[in-house]
Ligand binder design. Structure first.
Ligand code: HEM
Length: 416
């Protein structure tokens, strides 16, 4: 046994723990206070360190040569890891995204899309986001005062934005939604396709995005799928596996996370009507408020790193080759990083949160995500007279991405 080990009565790693938001945050607070870097050796995973304080998370994620992504990016059941390794002749993953890469190779592949994400791509997208926000506010109006907000609104808007980014028609929405849920929420019995951690969805995904790659190579359009399809890595065209993986990453990473933020943001406004009133009076507050929603919701619960050298973190020695799991929602409730971290405060300066990660792999799509959250709430809230829960929210059971399967609300528009 290694010291310090996570006490048996605490377990924010279990998928089920995330069904009880209050309790899981309490457990992570206890870890931050007493066991900020602790060893976790429980089924069904290979053992790893758990890191819960904001500064320690940044220390790990900010040092990309000391803590690398490739060997182990997320928690997967060890039986599934072993079966995949066997099937793939030693490799652990069927796809290889920019998130699975390190060092110079990561830089090269990140650079292929960075300019698009940081510049003209996002500027052009703003008009589309505004139109989509108005469309889904219209859907709420038509629904007549009662709707499952998670299902009908929060998960639909980001899905359409991703389709626009990739240049896919709206008819593809059900397919992208299904593969995202089956891959990212594979621990939820209602969303999973099987107990294989999403690995069995891959052949279908590879065939779909392989076709998109061939189409964009033959006939490039004004979209990110074409930017990727026609990019050069060194002197050669990007490999098919890498391009398909890029498509998969953009369609999954960009959708479920933003949907979770919009649903979680709505719940936060319902529970904090004073904050909603502020945005109703001054919608421009959402410019800052979008980041506070991402801090508050922290839709990605964990990422993993592997130490390349022995390293001492918060007084604990992590050995070369050890895996480290950073719990991002924990860092975002750390009172050493934020005043009154359990208060949802739309005017808070939340810039230093780790919801989008930190360091060399920090989210490429953050400007897109923030634009969606900001635009939607800045347009919707001033039109609402009232909004309240209309039943219990049903969270997704997952230690990876969090959102809601269902968020029933009742509301009245001011001019209704
Ligand atoms: C609120 C919404 C979002 C959240 C919370 C989020 C969170 C994250 C996090 C935590 C990482 C870092 C992973 C790591 O360090 O290992 C990341 C990376 C990434 N995200 Fe996001 N993301 C969001 C939206 C988006 C969107 C909308 C897109 C694209 C349209 C996107 C594309 C990416 C990509 C391509 C990377 C990989 C960057 C790299 O490895 O260099 N994300 N995201």
């Amino acid at each position: 046994m290694r010291y310090p080990e996570m006490p048996a009565h605490l377990d924010p790693i279990r998928h089920e723990a995330w069904l009880d938001d209050g309790r899981v945050h309490q457990e992570m607070q206890t870890l931050r206070q007493n066991f900020p870097v602790c060893w976790y050796a429980r089924e069904p995973y290979r053992p790893f360190w758990v890191v819960t304080r904001s500064a320690d998370i940044k220390e790990v994620m900010g040092q990309n040569a000391l803590f690398i992504n490739e060997p182990r990016l997320v928690l997967v059941d060890k039986a599934v890891e072993e079966a995949t390794e066997q099937a793939l002749g030693g490799r652990r993953y069927t796809v290889r995204t920019v998130l699975d890469m390190d060092g110079a190779e990561h830089q090269t592949y990140r650079e292929l899309t960075r300019a698009w994400f940081m510049g003209p791509g996002v500027v052009k997208l703003q008009l589309r986001i505004e139109a989509l926000a108005d469309r889904y506010i219209g859907v709420m109006r038509e629904a007549g005062g009662q709707i499952d907000f998670a299902h009908e609104i929060a998960s639909q808007l980001p899905l359409r934005v991703i389709l626009s980014i990739l240049g896919l028609p709206e008819t593809e929405a059900p397919f992208i939604l299904r593969i995202t849920q089956q891959l990212l929420s594979s621990a939820d019995p209602e969303l999973q396709r099987s107990r294989q951690g999403g690995a069995d969805v891959m052949p279908e995904v590879a065939a779909y995005f392989g076709k998109l790659l061939a189409e964009r190579r033959a006939n490039p359009q004004d979209d990110l799928a074409s930017v990727i399809a026609t990019s050069l890595v060194g002197d050669e065209a990007i490999g098919a596996l890498e391009a398909i993986s890029y498509y998969l990453l953009v369609s999954t990473a960009g959708h479920e996370t933003t949907a979770a933020s919009i649903a979680g943001g709505m719940l936060a406004f319902i529970k904090n009507p004073d904050q909603m009133k502020k945005v109703q009076d001054k919608p421009a507050l959402m410019r800052n408020g979008a980041n506070e929603i991402v801090r508050w919701v922290s839709p990605i619960r964990h990422f993993m790193r592997t130490a390349t050298e022995d390293y001492t973190l918060a007084g604990v020695t992590i050995r070369a080759g050890d895996s480290v799991c950073v719990l991002l929602p924990s860092g975002n409730r750390d009172d050493a990083a934020f005043d009154a971290p359990y208060r949802f405060d739309i005017e808070r300066q939340s810039e230093g949160h780790v919801g989008f990660g930190w360091g060399g792999h920090a989210c490429l799509g953050r400007q897109v995500a923030l634009a969606e959250i900001r635009t939607f709430f800045a347009r919707l809230l001033p039109q609402l007279e009232s909004v309240e829960l209309d039943g219990a929210p049903r969270p997704i059971q997952s230690n990876f991405t969090g959102g809601y399967k269902s968020l029933p609300i009742r509301y009245r528009f001011r001019d209704a």
